[in-house]
Write a protein that binds this ligand. Structure first.
Ligand SMILES: [Fe+2]
Length: 541
């Protein structure tokens, strides 16, 4: 076990926060046993064939598949499979590992829709042991009565964006002419990084547990923990273990019937939404395609109810190669996304609020990422409320909570952060209203509102040492104003995080725009659970 972060020196801590220590393929087999695997898709229908690729330097290995839940259940196990070391290209994050298929697993016709862990493991006398976890979703079977069931759309595009196995993701990497840039293109044909599938319960979250002391420079307990313990730097940014799993376990304990699909399913098969009265989205849900938005918007228009307990609805992506390749140029889009030249421009992979796209996130979910962003960590309100200040406690969503005007919802479970979605607003008579009602859905009500920021700045921020810096603040300014100078940043850097509700067509949308809402469920905050039940029960009818 590692030394406590406090015992590490400053250079170590800087590497934990600013370095790229993603797991990279090894050019030659190491002396100790190692194993990794990946599946050929993010999700399967019952009856499909899952194709598993494994790389190990052990002579034999085992594969176990577990349906995750309150009581995890093994649905497949095989031992004593022959192992093989695979050469892995340096650009595997971008183009996939290219390992041959080691094992074909029939997805059982009786496997319920849900989240499944693939555990590959190997051990050899004198060479130690290793275990890797990958993950897939089983979609619901066609047919059947779905009206009483929740359909959870897992934020798999965000998982892909943050997965740093191979060295590159949509944040850091070894791409670009100098080999030091994030990758705008990512393959799903690579292992999930450590911590995306399961985590010890004491793994720190990004939202800070304690208020930093007087005049303290920002610290990042989750990244220090990742670096000290050999986990992905992004374990707390994305993945089943940090987000969706919390909701699925809570819903199961509460007695909700729940099915799961991936975002790629939503993109490719929008008819999977048919028959569900309520679609849920949870956690860190940052990357969507145009087609996914078409699917969810049409669902609401025809009477679907959307419960989004999630934050950071930020970037448009494109999916290619039947969903195995994800494209997002982000900050580089205007300069490098080929669609900026060739069109169609509305599919350029940048912020939804960019004028080229013309489809602000608020049109679907009531809130925009660019009017929210960071809260409760780093140099962005690290001593903030950590919950949602409530402005309209009389709304049906708060029934049975006893909340009053000015109360803070979910502070003890620290549900507010680490990224939140908001709107420009004005306060009249002590109540918040959208600053420009023409830019939000008709009938949108702001129920709760906290503060966020696009930039960290203050007396204890040392440029070049803090994690967030100015890049996001300048990018948001450029999207919202066309400029990224100091005046534009000043005009756009103060955001919000909101809970909103609005009718949409024949349906409706409830949106608590924060990544860590699910911590109110896992830590059993009575009021967060009650609000969640109020929304789900109403939407399920
Ligand atoms: Fe994010």
């Amino acid at each position: 076990m590692s030394a406590a972060p406090a015992e590490r020196d400053e250079a170590w801590r800087r590497e934990a926060v600013l370095g790229n220590y993603a797991e990279r393929p090894l050019p030659t087999p190491p002396p100790v046993v190692r194993i990794w695997s990946y599946a050929d898709r993010l999700s399967y229908a019952p009856g499909d064939i899952l194709r598993l690729s494994v790389c190990t330097n052990a002579a034999r290995h085992a594969v176990e598949i577990v349906h995750d839940g309150v009581s995890p259940r093994t649905v497949f196990r095989t031992e004593d499979l022959p192992g093989a070391w695979r050469d892995t290209p340096d650009d595997c994050s971008v183009n996939g590992c290219g390992w041959p298929v080691s094992l074909e697993v029939p997805v059982g016709a009786d496997w319920p829709s849900g989240g499944y862990i693939i555990r590959t493991s190997a051990r050899e006398d004198g060479r130690g042991e290793d275990m890797h976890e990958h993950f897939f979703i089983v979609r619901p079977k066609p047919g059947g009565d779905r009206r009483g069931r929740i359909l959870l759309v897992a934020a798999t595009a965000t998982w892909t964006a943050y997965n740093d196995w191979g060295g590159s993701n949509h944040y850091q990497g070894f791409c670009g002419s100098a080999g030091d840039r994030f990758s705008p293109v990512l393959s799903i044909l690579r292992p999930l990084a450590r911590g995306f599938v399961s985590l010890p319960p004491d793994a720190p979250r990004a939202v800070l547990t304690d208020h930093p002391p007087i005049m303290a420079e920002p610290r990042y307990p989750h990244m220090e923990w990742a670096y000290a313990n050999g986990y992905s730097k992004k374990y707390m940014s994305s993945g089943w273990a940090s987000f969706e799993r919390h909701f699925v376990l809570w819903a199961e304990r509460e007695g909700y019937a729940l099915d799961i699909i991936s975002q790629t399913d939503l993109h490719q098969q929008p008819d999977l939404l048919e028959g569900y009265a309520c679609v849920a989205l949870v956690g860190h849900d940052e990357y969507w395609s145009w087609e996914m938005r078409d699917a969810i918007d049409a669902y609401a228009e025809r009477g679907g109810r959307i419960a989004r307990f999630a934050g950071n609805f930020m970037w448009q992506i494109r999916l290619e190669e039947e969903g195995r390749r994800q494209v997002c140029y982000k900050y580089l889009a205007r300069a490098e996304d080929p669609l900026m030249q060739s069109g169609p421009r509305h599919l350029v992979t940048e912020s939804w609020e960019a004028p080229e796209i013309g489809r602000p996130g608020a049109a679907s979910f009531g809130l925009n990422a660019t009017h929210g962003l960071y809260a409760s960590w780093s140099g962005c309100s690290p001593r903030g409320a950590k919950g949602f200040p409530v402005y309209r406690p009389g709304h049906w969503a708060f029934a049975g909570t006893g909340l009053y005007y000015g109360d803070v919802l979910g502070a003890s479970a620290r549900i507010f952060g680490y990224e939140v979605d908001g709107l420009p607003y004005e306060i009249r008579g002590g109540l918040p209203f959208p600053a420009d009602p023409s830019r939000v859905p008709d009938g949108l009500e702001i129920l709760a509102l906290g503060l966020s920021a696009t930039i960290e700045e203050g007396p204890t921020i040392v440029p070049g040492r803090s994690f967030l810096g100015v890049e996001d603040g300048e990018y948001v300014a450029s999207v919202l104003t066309g400029r990224s100078d100091a005046a534009a940043v000043e005009a756009t850097k103060r955001g919000s995080g909101m809970i909103v509700h609005f009718p949409r067509g024949r349906g409706e949308v409830f949106h608590a725009g924060t990544c860590d809402w699910i911590m109110g469920l896992t830590l059993r905050d009575e009021m967060v659970m009650q609000v969640t039940r109020n929304v789900l029960n109403r939407f399920l009818g």
